[in-house]
Ligand binder design. Structure first.
Ligand code: SF4
Ligand code: FES
Length: 389
């Protein structure tokens, strides 16, 4: 009996649930579901001590507990506040909380560029989602935004500090997953920045997980940068035997090409827990295993239908018969615009995933020139062959 956990009753947005003593309001709300769970930008359940930095998860406590039912005077950070028995919490039903969240989005965007069209994180950026859900359409900010020079931290990761929202998650990964932390937050106030000490490269086997925990596009995978948009890729669950990590990953494929490898995410966008342990992956699996043959494919990753990544990703689709064949009495329709042959870009012989950097027009022009030269010389040779007596 002594082991029995004490349960507290908490009501969030008019839904009552019982949770073990010590549960935070955020985790109690997550138990109910995404409709009442506050958004988070700095909390990450697998990282000890995370949360309490961004204030995105503020909620109103309308009654503190059964014993003391007075409301809490200020909004509280749900990721850091534990539930009390009989507590009444308002999140989406609180005008105060929603108004505060609007203000938080405005604050976060003060120092975040609106460069979503060229940012690798577009389509899976939590700040982008947050501003669509809670932001306003305009800005009142009139000053110049701070900017930083991009920094390569090690061979695989690039830091674009201009986009950083100082959530501290990457520092916690470095602290908790690697044996030596070589980066930290330097300086204070609006000039504070994540930096590696004397640009020291992060060479730890698990450093790539910093990319996965970054809620915005501040830390990006150098082997994937500018290679593709995430909604054009097809996420597949896959695994391999790895002596360093669990080897359970998501492959992001386009056709047979593996463009990037990430850890698997749960519905909250955090790394999935397997047997109650976060399934962090090592750098070898993430950056060096980019062939489909390196992996055992389990099947398509389940993607929320609200995510832009789910676009055009159908499973068990039933394709209706093509009516054109019938109408044209078996003739094949003339292709009016074969974009590849007209534009001479995206030709099949260019493997975008294995290019050392982003593809540029030169990538295709050079290939096309090579191809044209080969074709022309082959043509000349055959003409000369004909001319021979
Ligand atoms: S780089 Fe990303 S993960 Fe690190 S503090 Fe900035 S926003 Fe957070
Ligand atoms: S998620 Fe709670 S303060 Fe950032």
């Amino acid at each position: 009996m002594a082991d029995e956990q004490e349960l507290f009753k908490v009501t969030i947005d008019d839904i009552t649930i019982e949770v073990p003593k010590g549960t935070t309001i955020l985790n109690a709300a997550r138990k109910i579901g995404p409709q009442v769970a506050p958004p988070t930008m700095c909390y990450y359940s697998s990282l000890e001590g995370s949360g309490g930095k961004c204030r995105t998860c503020l909620v109103e406590v309308a009654a503190g507990s059964t014993k003391d039912p007075r409301p809490m005077p200020k909004l509280v950070a749900s990721c850091r506040t534990e539930v009390m028995d009989g507590m009444i919490v308002k999140n989406v039903t609180s005008e105060k909380a929603l108004d505060a969240r609007k203000g938080i989005v405005e604050f976060l965007l003060i120092n975040h560029p609106l460069d979503c069209p060229i940012c690798d994180q577009a389509g899976e950026c939590y700040l982008q989602d947050l501003s669509y859900d809670h932001g306003t359409e305009g800005t009142r900010y009139e000053f110049k935004r701070r900017t930083f020079v991009r920094e390569d931290i090690g061979p695989y990761i690039q830091l674009h500090m201009t986009r950083c929202i100082l959530c501290y998650r990457c520092l916690m990964v470095a602290d908790q997953l690697t044996d030596s932390r070589s980066q930290g937050i330097l300086l204070r106030g609006d000039v504070s920045e994540i930096s590696t000490y004397i640009s020291k490269a992060i060479e730890n086997d698990f450093s790539g997980n910093m990319i996965d925990v970054c809620p915005v596009g501040a830390l990006t995978d150098r082997t994937y940068r500018f290679k593709n948009r995430v909604w054009f890729l097809k996420p597949m669950d896959a695994h391999r035997d790895c002596d360093k990590c669990c080897g359970k990953v998501t492959l992001w494929n386009r056709g047979e090409e593996v463009f990037r490898v990430t850890s698997r995410k749960d519905p909250w966008g955090e790394v999935q827990k397997i047997d109650d342990k976060p399934a962090w992956i090592c750098n070898k699996c993430r950056f060096e295993k980019k062939n489909v043959s390196d992996w055992v494919i389990e099947g398509p990753t389940k993607v929320s239908r609200h995510s832009v990544i789910s676009t055009n990703h159908y499973v068990q689709k039933v394709v209706p018969p093509d009516p054109l064949n019938k109408v044209l009495h078996g003739r094949t329709p003339l292709l009016l615009m074969d974009i590849n042959s007209v534009s001479k870009v995206n030709t099949d012989d260019v493997d975008l995933s294995i290019l050392p950097g982003p593809a540029t027009s030169t990538t295709f022009i050079e290939r096309n020139l090579e191809k044209e030269i080969k074709e022309t010389s082959a043509e000349r040779l055959s003409i000369n062959d004909h001319k021979k007596p």
